[in-house]
Design a protein around this ligand. Sequence first.
Ligand SMILES: Cc1cc2nc3c(=O)[nH]c(=O)nc-3n(C[C@H](O)[C@H](O)[C@H](O)COP(=O)(O)OP(=O)(O)OC[C@H]3O[C@@H](n4cnc5c(N)ncnc54)[C@H](O)[C@@H]3O)c2cc1C
Length: 651
Amino acid sequence: LHIPPQDIIKLLPSYDYIIVGGGVAGLVIANRLSNRPDVTVLVLEAGGLDSSPDIITVPGLIGHGFIPSYNWNFSTAPQEFLDNNTRYYDQGHVVGGGSILNGLIMTRGAKADYNAWEALGNPNWNWHHMIHYFKKSERFSPPDLCSDQADTLHIHPQKAYHGTKGHLKVGYSNFFYNQSANFLQGLSELGIPILDDPNIGISAGASIAPASMNTKKQSREDSRRAYLDHVLNRPNLHLASEQTVTRILMGPAVTSPNFNNSNPLKMAYGVEFATSASSPRTKITCNKEVILSAGAIVSPALLQVSGIGPAAILKDLNVSIQIDLPGVGANFQDHPMVHAFYNYTAPGLFSTKNLTGATLQQVEQEYFTNRTGPWTHPLISTIAFPHLSHLLSSSSFPNLLSSNLSFSLPPHLAPYPTLQKGYLAQLKLLQSLLANPTVGAVEVMADSIGTLTVSVQHPLSRGFVRALSPDLLLNNSLNQTIHIDPRYCSHPLDCDLLLHGLKLNSRLISTSPMQNLQPRPPFPWNMTDDETILSEAIRSQIVTEFHPSGTTSMLPLEYGGVVNPRLMVYGTTNLRVVDAGVIPLLPSAHLQAAVYAIAERAADIIKKDERLKNGEEEQEGPSHHPVPGGEGNGIPIGPGVVTGPQRNNHH
Ligand SMILES: Cc1cc2nc3c(=O)[nH]c(=O)nc-3n(C[C@H](O)[C@H](O)[C@H](O)COP(=O)(O)OP(=O)(O)OC[C@H]3O[C@@H](n4cnc5c(N)ncnc54)[C@H](O)[C@@H]3O)c2cc1C
């Protein structure tokens, strides 16, 4: 049932599960949990239902801007390591969240990216387990192209790596611009491999990426259409839209029979929400769990205003401390990105620039009549993830372990030993990821007019998110009450990698396949001097790739973690976070495939924990195990937490 704001009275007095945020992760969980008719599920979403406007559904209109009401319209703090200017930070504020705004690109990253999550102290969070959930989430369609075109573009997906029974439709558009082939051939000339399928665990290479799209209709596929619309008639599933959650209600400490610790666990008993700053706050209780899926920006802020976060920040906010958890809002990672423009000028070249006047009318008609033509093609399909060795000679590979910590961690968080330790553990893994020939160091995304967008895939910079007011809805704008600071290039290697990425672009446009496009880059993209590139093309041009993550990291407590491998917030019995914020280390990929898979897995974990609680299933191994360093810091770890190689928890 969809409950619009005027019908809020229709809410039940309590629900078994309350999901905060109906974006990518939230709607996966809502679908999977509500398939048991005996449990009740409520999704509270700040945005409304989209009205299927063309700008959302038509792949060819990606990049034409966002509808303001579907966007949180966040912006960052001034970027002190760049040019001291703020950056826009668009995030979905609509049922479906980021999947309504995103570019449809479906990439998973490298096997090694996910094995690094396990190496950070998260047993069974590795490629082997992720691939199961990548497949579970997707309904993959092979390309509908003639074999010549598929061969030219190297589109040969490997069946064994794709799911065909999941909810999310994934496939290919049936139109490609010719420039895609020039890009792939040019990179091949530079020794960069072309991948027939970018989603089999090797990210280093160039490819045509599949898209989250309904291939029959050649239209956007998002989490609402994939996971929600067809189950909203379930009587046990309620979606309340245009309701902003302002607080998680934490009850008094409880003692758990499963947990033998002098520090009792805290229990979430519900949430508080409102339609607007001026409307009354409503409280609703949960019988089982609260699941935070408000995304990597809002979920940590909600924890903080609810008394869970670094004690110093909670004191500043004047909220009573429920759990002193330094990692809440820390370990913020994003892929910094630069839209470099090389301006293809070859006469007769067909690109999105031609989509004006009569041609545009024809393209529009073709799309709506036949579902063919340029409007079926998303802004970006053609990408590459060059490895470090494609950018630098191996003798100049950086030694990350000599990094200066005081630089890389936000000053107010640097003193926390757990955060330092967690960052050092990440640096060690980043060192080996960057050296791994299957892992991309940067990404290059090619459009049809000559933009070769470069982004850093394994950033070393760490930012933070913090609530600025205990009332997130103050003045009706979370943009005023949440401070977002990605601290781009606080570690200088991130800007250096962008520099090497732009130099790779210069080599690429000099290859003969790319010269056929007659690139004529304007300033600053035609510059060759490092200092000019850094100041004019990088520090002043970096924007977000829209991949915030890490702010509620799944990490051991001793590494500054916020959730355990069962995605339960440390120190609580029934408060989980399931969204991009739990990603402890960014993969060399766009994020939606990983978030869909994490949420699918989380749903299985939640159901399994419920069965264990009810004694319906034998618990494998010991009932709880301290995570490394989990003892002695005063925070109980929570029931159902098991770590260590002895547990073989196949979902
Ligand atoms: C412009 C853009 C382009 C992108 N392009 C791509 C791409 O091409 N490929 C790709 O793989 N990824 C892409 N991404 C990233 C991808 O969409 C995100 O990683 C993904 O949406 C994250 O899912 P999530 O569930 O963590 O958060 P979201 O999908 O952002 O969901 C969070 C939801 O919670 C709601 N919410 C927040 N606070 C509250 C509150 N207090 N109360 C109630 N509800 C709340 C929000 O309104 C939102 O609906 C893009 C993202 C953006 C924004």
